[in-house]
Ligand binder design. Structure first.
Ligand code: BGC
Length: 349
């Protein structure tokens, strides 16, 4: 079968290769890949900056945003042939740490967790993949190819849950949420925040265009330019850009008792001139919490699948802006200005 793999930490090694079909040791459920979403993490891995091959192997099969069709449900999964499924990304560490022991692998303490398509386990960019039944999430069949949005949705469901849990340390009745960055994670965060009844604002550097239209179609408000120019102080901010300047501005702009949830993964960039002690003083004097949020556990995958099932299909469909064939995977990894989610399609839905 065909698979897209890479030698992690070596730029220029990504290829479409031929490999044997996965063995039953990789999971009792056999799945035919339909589509795999591409995200910044894949771009980083292909760029040689991130990623780990399985122990004793040189190459890693890419892909962590999956969608497939069950070909063989195996003996005990409760799934049926033809069901649409998505694979959970992270696996608990083998020790396990207390969080992994209770199913909170997203909060792993010792860093020994593994992740499909990212860290030491093969991903989903192959014509067929296998999965353990407990890590297969059934997708509402009416979502069709939109089920490929479930992985980024799980990350969003966790981030919003974190904000809610932290908020409840005091009287918490949030009204406004700001989302910085109108990429897939930002737009899904806007969708979910709307479903949760919040007044939603999305800020992106683009002045207009399809992303701004998507925000307005949700009934949310679109802003471009600097966070500092906003004329309100949000109760919560979901920061999805990973850009230092934007992060610093979010920390200054958040309202009293407000929470800044960092969900974007950035690197380097210009040095920020704000003095750390001044930023910290503002957080202290206003009871702010700045929290990082990564990955998702089963509870978040469940919540995400519920939210996606409630969402307007026509709106969701506009998030998938480009579909590429596996042989053109390098095109999928090159970002174009109006791209939201680019997907590699392996088989017809
Ligand atoms: C994935 C997460 C993963 C993180 C770090 C993100 O792109 O969505 O599931 O935990 O990368 O590897």
């Amino acid at each position: 079968m065909k698979a897209i793999s890479v030698e992690p930490k070596k730029q220029g090694t990504a290829r479409l290769i031929d490999i044997p079909e996965p063995g039953v040791n990789e999971g009792s459920v056999l799945v035919q890949a339909i589509a795999v979403g591409v995200c910044g993490t894949d771009v980083e891995i292909v760029g040689g900056k991130y990623g780990w091959a399985p122990p004793g192997q040189q190459r890693l099969i890419l892909g962590h945003e999956s969608l497939g069709r069950v070909i063989d449900p195996g003996p005990s999964s409760g799934l049926k042939k033809g069901d649409l499924v998505v694979g959970i990304v992270r696996r608990p560490d083998p020790v396990p740490c207390p969080n992994c022991a209770v199913g909170e692998w997203d909060m792993c303490r010792n860093g020994l967790y593994t992740e499909r398509g990212i860290k030491e386990i093969h991903g989903f960019m192959s014509e067929y993949w296998r999965i353990e039944p407990e890590y297969a999430v059934k997708v509402d069949p009416s979502l069709g190819i939109l089920g490929v949005l479930l992985e980024p949705s799980s990350v969003v469901a966790k981030a919003l849950e974190q904000v809610d849990l932290i908020g409840r340390r005091s009287f918490w009745e949030p009204k406004t949420v700001l989302i910085t960055g109108a990429g897939p994670v930002g737009l899904l965060a806007a969708l979910f925040a709307k479903l949760y009844g919040l007044e939603v604002h999305v800020l992106d550097r683009m002045e207009g265009g399809p992303k701004a239209d998507l925000v307005r179609d949700l009934g949310a408000t679109y802003h471009s330019g600097s966070v500092m120019n906003l004329d309100f102080e949000p109760d919560a901010i979901i920061e999805c850009t990973g850009v230092g300047q934007v992060i610093a501005e979010c920390i200054q702009k958040i309202g009293a008792n407000g929470i800044v949830c960092l969900a974007g993964i950035g690197h380097g960039g210009a040095t920020i001139s704000s003095n750390i002690a001044d930023v910290a003083a503002s957080a202290v004097l206003r009871n702010n919490v700045i929290v990082g949020s990564v990955n998702a556990n089963k509870r978040h995958w469940y919540r995400a699948s519920q939210n996606l099932a409630r969402a307007d299909r026509a709106w969701l469909a506009k998030l998938i802006t480009r579909i590429e064939k596996p042989e053109n995977f390098m095109n999928a990894l090159k970002r174009r200005p109006d791209d939201v989610k680019v997907v590699i399609q392996f088989s017809e839905i």
